[in-house]
Write a protein that binds this ligand. Structure first.
Ligand SMILES: Nc1c(NC[C@H](O)[C@H](O)[C@H](O)CO)[nH]c(=O)[nH]c1=O
Ligand SMILES: CC(=O)[C@@H](O)COP(=O)(O)O
Length: 230
């Protein structure tokens, strides 16, 4: 758990039942990635994001995360334009007829859980919830960079951080920064919740995705609300 003053504070009680969220994770350092992805998924589900609306896909390493997030989001906009479901942003890039939808089967985690189902066209009823297609409300990018012997780590950490921020601001979609940039394996294990005194940061990323997606929707509809009296 967090000790002292560090950490995001208690998560807000927000309803994610209308959200569609993507998780893009690197496969480098898979034993650390897996619990982080699982942690994020658990918090999305706890906020009522339906498993069918949690899309998980992977890339080789963290370096690949920015372009994957960018293209995945653009693809979801195209999907929204073909199905008529634009999602929260309503900003569409163009049209396409045969883009596959990336759907995690049964809300599983990791690369083995990735499933490719063909696009169906519009909302589909499913057991216990409604599957959405179209624009993502938030994307969580997950990677683990562990410093090695060279400056490789510094290059990737800096570039990926800037790349993810750029995608977030260019598209106006929350891109949750699920990139651990640690100096050794012990630091990574602690932050993946794999040690006694650890805390799974993936859970915080899931919470952050729900909060930012819900607030972005509200702001997009002109709903400006205060959380406390001034
Ligand atoms: N060293 C780490 C990498 N390196 C791989 C790169 O991210 C990239 O996949 C490769 O250079 C091909 O473009 N990736 C991580 O996620 N974590 C590392 O510690
Ligand atoms: C892929 C590389 O460049 C690799 O040699 C980086 O080494 P290190 O992680 O020890 O810095």
């Amino acid at each position: 758990m967090f000790s002292g003053v560090k950490g995001p504070g208690g998560s807000q009680k927000l309803d994610g039942s209308s959200l569609r969220v993507a998780i893009v994770h690197a496969r480098w350092n898979t034993t650390l990635i897996e619990p982080l992805v699982a942690g994020a998924i658990s918090r999305l589900k706890a906020a009522n994001v339906h498993p069918e609306n949690i899309i998980v896909t992977s890339v080789p390493g963290s370096w690949e995360l920015p372009v994957a997030v960018q293209r995945l989001y653009a693809g979801s906009q195209i999907q929204g334009s073909t199905t008529g479901i634009g999602g929260a942003s309503g900003d569409l890039l163009g049209s396409a007829t045969d883009l596959p939808s990336l759907v995690v089967q049964g809300g599983g985690t990791g690369s083995s859980g990735d499933g490719l189902l063909s696009a169906g066209g519009g909302k589909k009823k499913s057991e216990g919830g409604e599957k959405k297609e179209g624009t993502f409300d938030a994307i969580i990018a997950i990677g683990v960079l562990i410093k090695g012997e060279t400056v490789h780590f510094e290059h990737i950490a800096e570039s990926v951080s800037r790349g993810l921020m750029r995608v977030q601001l260019d598209f106006g979609v929350p891109v949750i920064f699920g990139l651990l940039t640690v100096l050794n394996e012990e630091q990574a294990k602690k932050r993946a919740g794999l040690t006694e005194d650890g805390h799974n940061h993936g859970e915080d990323w899931g919470d952050a995705a729900v909060e930012m997606a819900v607030k972005r929707k509200q702001w997009g509809e002109g709903a400006i609300v205060t959380e406390r009296a001034a």
